[in-house]
Design a protein around this ligand. Sequence first.
Ligand code: DGY
Length: 321
Amino acid sequence: MKPYIFITRKLPDEVVEGLQDSYEVSMWDKEEMPVPRERLLEEAGKADALLTMLSDRIDEEVLEAGRNLKVVANLAVGYDNIDVPAATQRGIAVCNTPDVLTDTTADLTFALLMAAARRIVEAADYIKGDKWKSWSPLLLAGLDIHHKKIGIVGMGKIGAAVAKRATGFEMDILYHNRSRNMEMEEAVGAQYVSFDELITESDFIVCMTPLTEQTRGMFTRDVFRKMKKTAIFVNAARGPVVDEGALYDALVEGDIAGAGLDVFEKEPISASHPLLKLNNVTAIPHIGSSSIETRMTMMNLCAYNISLVLSEKEPKSLVNK
Ligand code: DGY
């Protein structure tokens, strides 16, 4: 009997076809709707491998159901949706998709920063909404990006790629991280500072940190109060790193000038969420790594990791080493 792989979301045929010679493969057939929990549990009970999305909660219950489960390959670099210690305890490999999405995610993060600073989405809505009646000197005037100070919280590979992009705009680069990255400091002239210094000094505060117990809720009302009133906050990491109520109050009360958000506490965020009612919020639906090229590469990396584990080889990107 061929090993069985369950894919939790509809992926392009070419990704699946590559696996079908050696494996039995089935797939949740909806592109825009996550697999229902009961089906996930049922499939985990049969599967040797799961190819999962960041929107799937792979907790102890799923892993316990996975009696034959050998690998969970997550279509993301982040893996906070997976209970990694519980997987390790059961000898289940957890794989992610690092490196292949670094530049694409950094491009999007910088685009979000620029869109928030220069009010691109608001301006596009303005013209399509037939509101443009005459040119005027301060029409949709935004904030400059060039020669400003960017503060990056979380200097992993994507953070470093964002810093590299900031050099093109001749920005001063500050960063805060668990540890210093000397190579990156030299490459882009970044300066390591305390979290407090970063939030008080930066014009753009860019959150790139993974979600952990240490980073959960780290952007509080107090933190936003310490930022410059002209600061723009950008989050392209994980929503729960931010206290969204605090961010809303900070935006409404003028503690900061604006925010660019790719991620939210609860995804998908509802259109009725108070944050989405604010003109100074540029919001997009968690599309950091979403270019066609990169998403295809990520899917193929997941498939490759699964095939390596199922042939008892070391996967390319193993989280629980
Ligand atoms: C990831 O891979 O973790 C990103 O959030 C996807 O955009």
